[in-house]
Design a protein around this ligand. Sequence first.
Ligand SMILES: C[S@@+](CC[C@H](N)C(=O)[O-])C[C@H]1O[C@@H](n2cnc3c(N)ncnc32)[C@H](O)[C@@H]1O
Length: 322
Amino acid sequence: MLWGLLSGLGRKGGCQGWTFSSCPPYSPLAGLVNATELVSHWTAVFEKRGIPEARESSEYIVAHVLGAKTFQSLKPALWTQPLAPQQVQCIQELSSQRLHRMPVQYILGEWDFQGLNLKMAPPVFIPRPETEELVSWVLEVEAQRLWAADTRGGPLILEVGCGSGAISLSLLSQLPKSRVIAVDKGEAAIRLTHENAQRLQLQDRIRIVPFDVTLERNWAHLLSWGPVDLVVSNPPYVFQQDMEQLAPEIRSYEDPSALDGGKEGMDIIVHILNLAPQLLKDSGSVFLEVDPRHPELVDSWLRSQPDLHLSLVTVRQDFCGR
Ligand SMILES: C[S@@+](CC[C@H](N)C(=O)[O-])C[C@H]1O[C@@H](n2cnc3c(N)ncnc32)[C@H](O)[C@@H]1O
């Protein structure tokens, strides 16, 4: 869960959160600079101020204001054409947010995940590329299971800790017969998942439920569609002592309760594993994204809880070898 710019940014031109008419007075650079020069200018400013991924940040911001996904995808003519005063001002406004270490995903207000363009808003957790791999793994296993069983209906999935809805919505979009129950304890996360479900026209196959796995004893209402085939989660799993080492982008803008997994990063994982057997079909599975230290901890915890009838089947490393 390291901070990093992801590939595949969603598009939409214009400034985030304010309109051209509300712009402060135009920058002295207005009408004199083109997109390439502004990327170089802001890259140099970011580098000087120690902002990580200086070039990528400035390219994404400039491209966004010009209505493109990436700087490289801009029409070459736009690289050298003088920018309008509003555009220069807009780039300046967004870049100054980056100087305050705001993640690019929040500055732009949108980001791509598994080919879906999702709205992003602080403090809701920004989906990471390793979680795209978790989704791909679920899809891969699910494809085999459906094929082997020749099942007609799609799987019923429960996601714990839906955040922006990234996992749930990408599974729904790629498994057209599936249905998802997405739960989260955070109000902002519940709201954002609703918004993203609407944005992607997937609202008819998802139930979005405020639910805290550590508090709620009343989970029966999650079973209104019957027992589920899969439980999937990217839970808070950072070891408490590692929280201080997280990048300023994460510490200042993302909800700490989306990350902090307690002393051994297992607090929420244990609650999910306790809940899962009560909601799963007999043949059901749990997919979790965890820290590299967790498979051993999860395995030994499950062995100490034979009544749960859950066992660790497989562990996969992500593209970073974690
Ligand atoms: C690491 S984020 C994952 C968000 C999203 N699934 C993703 O991968 O981008 C963990 C999410 O779990 C939620 N969460 C934390 N503690 C929880 C709890 N006790 N019960 C339910 N959700 C919880 C947080 O609000 C956050 O949205």
